[in-house]
Design a protein around this ligand. Structure first.
Ligand code: NAD
Length: 253
C-alpha cells in the first residue's frame, strides 16, 4: 500500500517508533530510522533499515539537518512520524527545570522544527502524511507529569494548526494518543512502582494498568503501527487534525 513512499520516523530505535517503522516498511515504504542505542542494537537495526540518522531531537539544528539527510538518502520524505519522546516524573515543586526544558524540546518543539522543515517538499508534491505521537496525556492529565502533560497537550494543539494550514492540500496531519505501552519508557515507571511499593514486577504492571486502563491490557507497538498505516492510506485522506486515542479506553472515563 505504501510502495514508493519514503518515511522518516523519529525515536525509532526502540518501542513505539520501531513498531511504526516496521509497520510502514511492511507496506512497502522505505524508512529512515532515528534515535539512540548501543552499538550492537544499531548494527542489528542497520540490517533491517540501512538508513539511520543519529540526530539529537533536542537540538533544532540537528532536526533540520536530519530532514535534509533523509531527503538526500531516500530521495524525499512523504511520511513524517514525530515519535521521539522522554519522560520524567516528580511533583512540580521538585521537578528539575532542566528536565522541563528537555521534555518540552524533545516531546514538543521537535515536532514544530521537523514539520516546518518537511512541509515545503510535501506541498510541492501535494501529498504528505504527518503523524505526531502524542499520548492520552495529550488529552487528560496525571499527577507528577507536568512537563510531559504540557508537552503532549501542546502536540495535540500543534497538530490541529498544521491540519488547518494544510486542509486544502493532499497533506494530512494527525496525532495518535496511546495509553500504556510496555516499552523501555514505561518499564522504568513499572520498576519504580515495584521498588517503591515493594511488590513484584507482575503486580506493578497489573497495578499500573488497573489505575487507568479499563481493558487492563497494554497497547502494543504493532497496534500503533497498524493505526499509523491506516492514517497514511487514501481511506484516511479526510482524517485531519484528529487526536486519535488507542488506549483501552482510558480517556472514555
Ligand atoms: P522508548 O524509550 O522505547 O523510545 C524512545 C525513542 O526515542 C528511542 O528510540 C530513543 O533513542 C529516542 N530518543 C530519545 N531521546 C532522543 C533524542 N534526544 N534524540 C533522538 N532520539 C531520541 O519510548 P516509547 O515508549 O516507544 O515512546 C515513544 C513515543 O510514544 C514518545 O513520544 C512517548 O511519549 C509516546 N508514548 C508512549 C507511551 C507508552 O506507554 N510507552 C504512551 C503514550 C505515548
Amino acid at each position: 500500500m505504501l510502495k514508493g513512499k519514503r518515511a522518516l520516523v523519529t525515536g525509532s530505535t526502540s518501542g513505539i517508533g520501531l513498531g511504526i517503522a516496521r509497520a510502514l516498511a511492511a507496506q512497502g515504504a522505505r524508512v529512515m530510522l532515528n534515535g539512540f542505542g548501543d552499538a550492537a542494537t544499531l548494527e542489528a537495526l542497520k540490517k533491517e533499515f540501512p538508513a539511520h540518522s543519529g540526530a539529537d531531537i533536542s537540538k533544532p539544528a540537528d532536526i533540520r539537518a536530519m530532514i535534509a539527510d533523509a531527503t538526500r538518502a531516500l530521495g524525499g520524505v512523504d511520511i513524517l512520524v514525530n515519535n521521539a519522546g522522554i519522560q520524567h516524573t516528580a511533583p512540580i515543586e521538585q521537578f528539575p527545570a532542566e528536565r522541563w526544558d528537555a521534555i518540552l524540546a524533545i516531546n514538543l518543539s521537535s515536532n514544530f522544527h521537523a514539520i516546518a522543515a518537511v512541509l515545503p517538499q510535501m506541498r510541492e508534491r501535494n501529498w504528505g502524511r504527518i503523524i505526531n505521537i502524542a499520548s492520552t496525556h495529550g488529552l487528560v492529565a496525571s499527577p507528577q507529569k507536568v512537563a510531559y502533560v504540557a508537552a503532549k497537550h501542546g502536540v495535540v494543539g500543534l497538530t490541529k494548526v498544521v491540519a488547518l494550514e494544510t486542509a486544502t492540500t493532499g497533506i494530512t496531519c494527525n496525532a495518535i494518543c496511546p495509553g500504556w505501552v510496555l516499552t523501555p519508557l514505561v518499564q522504568k515507571q513499572v520498576d519504580a512502582l515495584a521498588s517503591n511499593e515493594k511488590i513484584s514486577m507482575e503486580s506493578a504492571k497489573t497495578r499500573l494498568l488497573s489505575e487507568k486502563t479499563p481493558s487492563k491490557e497494554f497497547v502494543t507497538p504493532e497496534q500503533i503501527g497498524a493505526l499509523a498505516v491506516f492514517l497514511c492510506s487514501d481511506a484516511a485522506s479526510n482524517v485531519r487534525g484528529a487526536a486519535w486515542p488507542i488506549d483501552g479506553p482510558w480517556t472514555a472515563q
